[in-house]
Ligand binder design. Structure first.
Ligand SMILES: [Zn+2]
Length: 510
């Protein structure tokens, strides 16, 4: 008998309301409140472990009785601890990415950077165990470990830690079993029954969940267990998790992608592509509108001595902004995929900071923008098998995508790129997108190379090219641009390969 192919699970959660009785609802709320109190306590314990041993430990099981008394049952303590550790780990893994970026951007010597990356990659900033360099086997010295710790502390201090007092309650089948109702039940509006434990030992309640079209139509298999949370208005919601692994495998098979598309992320255009598309034009204008609105509400609140987040209007405005980002980013990616049918996407590491927006909006964008893009990329990979690669974007806006010449002065203005070497003229963002695509194929540009390494490699490669004398096209500049270009200072001398490679003016003009 043929074995059914295995699929990696892909989970999507739909939030469904319940119309259960007030008595049942009180029991669920009581259990959620207790679960959250327990989560905060477990979180404290896990942070202590993290700073003492370098790691969280989801199996750390001391004070069993204390926790069981708070949360109501030993099995829910375990569910809660797993969930808490998951939330903390994912927070720390984001900090670890920022650690990497901080080190890449720093002016530390290359060997120091390498060691810091190794410590960070091993997740060993706070560990007391030795960390070894992969090739030499050398033990990373104490002063470097201290430096790694202080960088990590610095990065961590910039963010609020996960708020476990607002965590949703994720119950597996032992505490929250889900089942389909009899067909005629409540005119078909009830999609599921959930059998829930309560704080009262041995007492279980059955809660009906109302279903929606989008949930009923979602392809995939509903998993055991249930997530319980409060929405922004304090109403209980029930998260039903569908495993779309199999459905996604089918859509991946059906998608026929070819080649790669590189994307340049920009201020005025969301993405320019190596295929020459400008997608999401005018999104900055839209962001400014959100910025004005959010800033105005925040100022009003602050004048009254209140925190902006206490305002419903403020929260709504931020939610609307996130919604706009999600819709706009989703739309642009969908269009890109529909038109280009790529197999792979190449992107720079995205930096959402924009000097023309307020600090507040920049902060929201930093937090929301990246995670929305990553979620979309993950979705494309899961549903269509489109992979994505991040490259270092250093100098992509100053380098000519035709001849490889890099010069600060290559950029004529915000929109136009004009190469001083070969005379090539192009939309600045499209030129950058092409460079991002090129970079993927080069040895440079992976996360572990700093700006200086990228520059050295670009200069070296430009020196190696000897194709200019046969290229036809306009002349970039009448004076030798190398003579005033600081990137090439001391690297190129008269009569060297680079200098010789420059086409004579007669040849180029031909
Ligand atoms: Zn050029």
């Amino acid at each position: 008998m043929a074995k059914k192919p295995e699929h990696r699970p892909i989970h999507r959660t739909d939030l469904l309301p319940s119309n259960m009785t007030a008595g049942k609802e009180a029991a669920v709320r009581e259990m959620l409140a207790a679960y959250r109190t327990g989560a905060v306590m477990l979180g404290r314990e896990q942070w202590r472990l993290f700073f003492e041993t370098g790691r969280f430990n989801k199996n750390f099981d001391k004070d069993k009785k204390t926790y069981a008394a708070v949360i109501g049952a030993a099995n829910r303590v375990q569910m809660c601890r797993y969930q808490v550790v998951g939330a903390l780990q994912s927070w720390v893994s984001n900090r670890s990415n920022e650690f990497r970026e901080t080190v890449v951007r720093s002016s530390l010597p290359p060997e120091t950077k390498h060691m810091l990356h190794v410590v960070n990659k091993a997740g060993a900033c706070f560990s007391k165990d030795d960390v070894f360099m992969p090739k030499s086997g050398e033990v990373i010295p104490d002063d470097l470990r201290r430096l790694a710790r202080s960088i990590m502390r610095h990065v961590m201090a910039k963010h609020r830690r996960p708020n476990l007092s607002r965590i949703s309650m994720r119950l597996d089948r032992r505490a929250g079993a889900i089942s389909r109702p009899a067909a005629a039940d409540q005119n078909g509006r009830v999609g599921w029954w959930v059998r829930l434990s309560t704080m009262e030992k041995g007492r279980k309640i059955d809660a009906p969940l109302l279903t929606y079209d989008f949930h009923e139509k979602r392809p995939g298999r509903v998993t055991d267990g249930i997530q319980i949370n409060l929405d922004r208005d304090g109403r209980l919601t029930f998260g039903v998790v569908t495993d779309m692994g199999e459905a996604c495998a089918a859509s991946r098979d059906a998608y026929d992608g070819n080649g790669e598309i590189a994307l340049d992320f920009g201020l005025s255009t969301l993405f320019a592509t190596s295929e020459g598309q400008l997608l999401g034009q005018g999104w900055l204008k839209e962001l400014r509108r959100y910025d004005e609105r959010i800033t105005k509400i925040a100022r009003g609140m602050q004048r009254r001595g209140l925190k902006p987040r206490q305002s419903r209007r403020y929260k709504n405005a931020v939610t609307a902004l996130r919604g706009f980002l999600r819709t706009e980013i989703g739309r642009v990616f969908n269009k890109l995929v529909e038109q280009g049918q790529p197999k792979e996407l190449v992107l720079e590491r995205l930096d959402f900071r924009n000097p023309t927006l307020s600090r507040r909006l920049n902060r929201i964008l930093q937090n929301a923008g990246r995670s929305i893009i990553h979620a979309k990329l993950q979705d494309l990979e899961e549903r269509l098998g489109i992979t994505s690669t991040e490259v270092n974007p250093a100098y992509t806006s100053q380098t000519c995508s035709c001849c490889g010449y890099l010069d600060k002065k290559n950029r004529r203005d915000q929109k136009t790129f004009r190469c001083l070497w070969c005379g090539h003229v192009m939309h600045a963002d499209l030129n950058a997108a092409r460079n991002i695509g090129e970079r993927r194929a080069l040895a440079i540009g992976s996360g572990f190379h700093g700006k200086a390494a990228v520059l050295a490699e670009l200069v070296r490669q430009f020196g190696e090219r000897r194709v200019y004398s046969t290229r036809s096209g306009g002349r970039g500049s009448t004076v030798d641009p190398l003579s005033t270009n600081p990137y090439f200072k001391g690297k190129v001398e008269r009569g060297s390969d680079v200098a010789k490679a420059r086409p004579s003016q007669n040849l180029v003009a031909a």
